[in-house]
Design a protein around this ligand. Sequence first.
Ligand code: NAD
Length: 355
Amino acid sequence: MTEASSPTPVDPAAIDYSGRTCLITGGAGFIGSHLAEELLGRGARVVVLDDLSTGQLANLERAQTFRTFRFIEAGVGEYEDLEQLISDADEVYHLAAAVGVDYVVRYPIETVTRNIFPTERVLELAAQHDRPLFLASSSEVYGRGSASRMRESDDMVLGAPDKTRYIYALTKLVDEYLALAYHRQRGLRVVIGRFFNVVGPRQTGRYGMVIPRFVTQALRGGPITVHDDGNQIRCFMHVRDAVAAIIGLMNNPAAFGQIVNIGSDTAITIRQLAERVREATGNHVRIEHIPYEAAYGSGFEDVRCRIPGLDRLRTLVKLGELRDLDSILRDVVQYERSRLAGSDEPDAELPVAER
Ligand SMILES: NC(=O)c1ccc[n+]([C@@H]2O[C@H](COP(=O)([O-])OP(=O)(O)OC[C@H]3O[C@@H](n4cnc5c(N)ncnc54)[C@H](O)[C@@H]3O)[C@@H](O)[C@H]2O)c1
C-alpha cells in the first residue's frame, strides 16, 4: 500500500474475538498483559508464552480469572511445542523481547539473543501455518531522531557501535527486515508496530522507563532525577490506546506487509514531564538533573527528539481521541501508590545506577 491509496480505517471498538484463539508471546509483560485482558474480554481464548525475564505473573492476575486463558512459562527460542501453539492459534502477537534502555545497556548480549533468533522462529512457524502475526518493533529503530515527525519511510540514522543503546535498534531492525522478507517471499500476513513510549499501569521503571521511574521517585519523597538538561522531547501513549491500535491493525488486511508507528504525537520535554509528575502525585519533591554518565556509564547517547508521524496509523485504524497525559499520570500514580503500599523492597524499581 502507498500513502496515497486509502483503505477504510478499522474501528477497533467494533471487533469481536469470539471463537478466536490468540497466542501472545511476552504476554506477562506490560503491553502484552493489557492486550491479553482486552482480547479475553472480547471473547478470545488467549495463550500467553513468557519466560518472566522482565514480565511478571502479577500482571496476569485479571487474565487468570478467565477460563479461556492459559499461561506457559518458557522462552520463545527454546519452547519445544511452539509449532503446536502457533498452529493451534488463529493469530499471533509477538511481543517478547529484551526491553528498556537500562536493560539494553547492561545486557547487550541478551538483547541480541532475545530479539533476533526467537523472532525468526516465530516468523518461520507463522509462515508455515499461514497465521497472521503482529510484530512489536520500536521507535528506537529511527536512531538519532530529528526535529520533525518520524515517518515509517524515513532513513535510519544509528550511532556508531560503541554507543551502546543502538544494539536494541539494530535487533529490532533485523526483525523488521526479516518480517518484510517473510511477507514478500512467503506471503506471511504480518504487521509491524513501531511503539513510541507506550505507558500506563504495570510498566516497570526498573529498566529505564521514564514515567514509572519518575512517579516512583516522587511517591518516595524524591528527588526526581532527570537525565542531562531535560530538554529531550517525547510523546506518551496510554497502553489502552496502543492495544486498540494493535487490534485495529490486525483486523485490517491492508495493514499486512506494513510498518506502522504506534504512539501519540503530543510532545513534552522530560523536564516538563517531571514537573507534571510532581503535580500529579501532590508531593512537592526536588527535581535533580544528573549526567547520562551517572545513569548509564560512558558511551551513552540519548535521542533528543522523538515525535511519530501518525498518518499511516490513522489511515488504517479509527483511533478516536487519545487519552492525554493527565489521564496517563492519574492511572500510573494510582497503580504505583497501591504497588508501593504492598511492597517491602523499597528500591527495587530504580535502575541500578540510581539506587
Ligand atoms: N513499552 C514501550 O513503550 C515500547 C516501546 C518500543 C517497543 N516496545 C516493544 O513492545 C514489546 C512489549 O514491551 P513491553 O513494554 O510490554 O515490555 P515488557 O518487558 O513488559 O514485556 C516483554 C515481555 O517479554 C518477555 N520475554 C522476553 N524475552 C522472552 C523470551 N525469549 N521468551 C518469552 N518471553 C520473553 C518478558 O518476560 C516480558 O514479559 C517488546 O517487543 C518491546 O520491544 C515497547
